[in-house]
Design a protein around this ligand. Structure first.
Ligand code: G3P
Length: 221
């Protein structure tokens, strides 16, 4: 089933109590429309959100530390205990050097968390595919948060990423994101081989997030 991952980032509309409300909307739409919707929330909101919804809740950040003296770090085991199902790694707003990505993937898998690893180019996605994450998401940074979508502005990036990733490991679902706003963006992404989309501002900043989500879902049909 194709996936819509709604990344709450640090948007005010998706922080604290509002994160819970938005996650409930995502859950409602997922159930009513029978589609797969994950939410990625600020780590401080994971416990509260995951208590209130049954859809998968992802962390936006993890540190590959172990129990002990690591002040200020986000321990993978803690994410699990607080209700996370997975984690976004290497988002363009939270980048890592390639050499640390493999370790993070292994570390989160060891505690049962899924990994969605982001990267800006088809080449970097290809390199990450060798580390066998659960999902790879290509997101061109210059389009993130804007009105021009990756689907319409950089369609070749999606097809090239799918080709390169699947040449390494055909079992890894490829996602894409940046500027996704309507069903046409989703439809084009899927047609190009993407198995879902990451979306943030199109939902978090929408006047009516439920209507905005339902609009995206039309592209899955
Ligand atoms: O992780 C999703 C994200 O970076 C895309 O953001 O605001 O362009 O949908 P946005």
């Amino acid at each position: 089933m194709s996936l819509i991952l709604v990344n709450f980032k640090t948007y005010k509309q998706a922080t604290g109590e509002r994160a819970v409300e938005l996650a409930k909307i995502c859950e409602k739409v997922a159930k009513e429309e029978d589609v797969e919707i994950f939410v990625a929330v600020q780590n401080a909101d994971i416990f509260h959100v995951s208590q209130e919804v049954s859809i998968p809740v992802f962390a936006e950040h993890v540190d590959p530390v172990t129990y002990g003296a690591h002040t200020g770090k986000d321990l993978p085991e803690s994410l699990v205990e607080n209700g996370a199902s997975g984690v976004i790694i290497n988002h363009s707003e939270d980048q890592l050097e390639l050499r640390y990505i493999e370790n993070d993937i292994k570390r989160v898998r060891s505690v049962g968390l899924l990994s969605v690893v982001c990267a800006p180019t088809a080449e970097s996605c290809e390199a990450i595919a060798a580390f066998a994450p659960d999902y790879i998401a290509v997101e061109p940074p210059e389009l993130i948060g804007g009105d021009a979508s990756v689907s319409k502005s950089r369609p070749e990036l999606i097809s090239d990423t799918v080709k390169r990733v699947h040449a390494v490991d055909s079992s890894i679902p490829v996602l894409c994101g940046a500027g996704i706003k309507d069903h046409e963006d989703v439809r084009i992404a899927l047609k190009l081989g993407s198995e879902g989309v990451l979306v943030a501002s199109g939902i978090t900043k929408a006047e009516d997030p439920e209507a905005a989500l339902k609009e995206l879902i039309k592209g899955l049909r």
